[in-house]
Design a protein around this ligand. Structure first.
Ligand code: NDP
Length: 305
């Protein structure tokens, strides 16, 4: 039976370890502070922000929400970022993506103070990642590394294949695996023979955003599968195939009309060593790593040991 890599358990461990660090900072100086910028009224973004604010509250991190209107300009957002950069009580600034089309996201990210960039997206921090220097790391791939470490899955000398090359998941994931001494291949939409590339993987990370795209026959026996994808499925025939080994989930699909699946076919994993389920695998780790980046930033800025 494959081992299930439980992201909720890892999240709990990470938050339990952060709690005394937050208490220590609060007792000695002040609580860590996070600014969350939510532009407009994208419902998915509002949910993400709510979950982030809630995580701050549970951990004792001070959070402040800023909600510029959908019509905000790049210049107005940069002015807000500059105010937040100058606030001594704020250690982290998170700008919830995506931003409206009239806003130049890259310019906004570049306006962040790199030391407050708790998403790890500023070009300075991208450079620090590539050079393997300290700094905030993008939260989702950092969470994957934490999960692999806490489950004792070796990376040194292993063949890792990353599907997807986005700036927030695929590219930083590949770089972090490289720093763990894996031999890394990055695949994307122009890759020829994707099944053949996947079959070489000891560690397969799928981050392409396509429901159950990766088939079990593409995965070698004994591999570890990290499924970053989060895809909503509403088609009943597709759900019946994807959940054929999960009758409880299929029953829930028939009740709710939709289900979440990853980028890897969830019913074709019997032969792997370990895998992250969707939901409940990588998903819970992203916010935990955001909290970790915020606490680390506060410690750096307040000079904690
Ligand atoms: P993007 O859409 O930014 O990037 C997708 C990548 O997948 C691109 O590099 C693209 O290639 C590649 N790709 C798309 N289709 C194919 C294909 N048929 N074959 C090979 N490669 C392909 O997505 P993200 O990186 O932002 O997210 C990926 C997934 O991870 C999504 O499902 C997202 O919801 C999920 N996610 C989950 C998070 C979590 O907390 N668990 C956090 C962030 C994302 P190309 O570059 O050539 O276009």
């Amino acid at each position: 039976m494959p081992k299930i890599l439980d992201g909720k358990w890892v999240r709990g461990e990470i938050l339990n370890e952060l709690a005394p660090r937050v208490q220590k900072l609060t007792a000695a100086k002040r609580p860590p502070g996070l600014a969350v910028v939510l532009v407009g009224d994208n419902p998915a973004s509002a949910i993400y922000v709510r979950n982030k604010v809630q995580a701050c509250r549970e951990l004792g991190i001070h959070s402040e929400k800023f909600t510029p209107p959908e019509s905000v300009t790049t210049a107005e957002l940069i002015a807000l970022i500059q105010q937040l950069n100058a606030r001594p009580d704020l250690d982290g600034i998170l700008v919830q993506m995506p931003l409206p089309p009239q806003v130049d996201s890259q310019t906004v990210i570049a306006a962040l103070s790199p030391e407050k960039d708790v998403d790890g997206f500023h070009p300075f921090n991208t450079g620090a990642l590539v050079a393997n220097r300290p700094g905030p790391r993008p939260c989702t791939p950092a969470g994957v590394i934490e999960l692999l470490r806490r489950y004792g899955i070796p990376l040194r000398g292993k063949r890792a294949v990353v599907l997807g090359r986005s700036d927030i998941v695929g590219k930083p994931m590949a770089m972090m695996l490289l720093h763990q001494h894996a031999t890394v291949t990055i695949c994307h939409s122009n890759t020829q023979d994707l099944p053949g590339e996947c079959l070489r993987a000891d560690i397969l990370v799928a981050a392409i955003g396509r429901a159950a795209f990766v088939r079990g026959s593409w995965i070698r026996p004994g591999a570890t599968v990290i499924d970053v994808g989060i895809n909503r499925v509403t088609d009943a025939r597709l759900a019946a195939d994807l959940l054929r080994n999960a009758p409880d989930r299929l029953a829930a699909f028939h009740k709710n009309g939709s289900t979440l699946v990853g980028d890897v076919h969830p019913s074709e994993l019997e032969h792997v060593y370990a895998y992250t389920p969707v939901p409940g695998g990588v998903g819970p780790l992203t916010i935990a790593m955001l909290m970790a980046n915020t606490v680390a930033s506060a410690e750096r800025r307040l000079g904690a040991d």
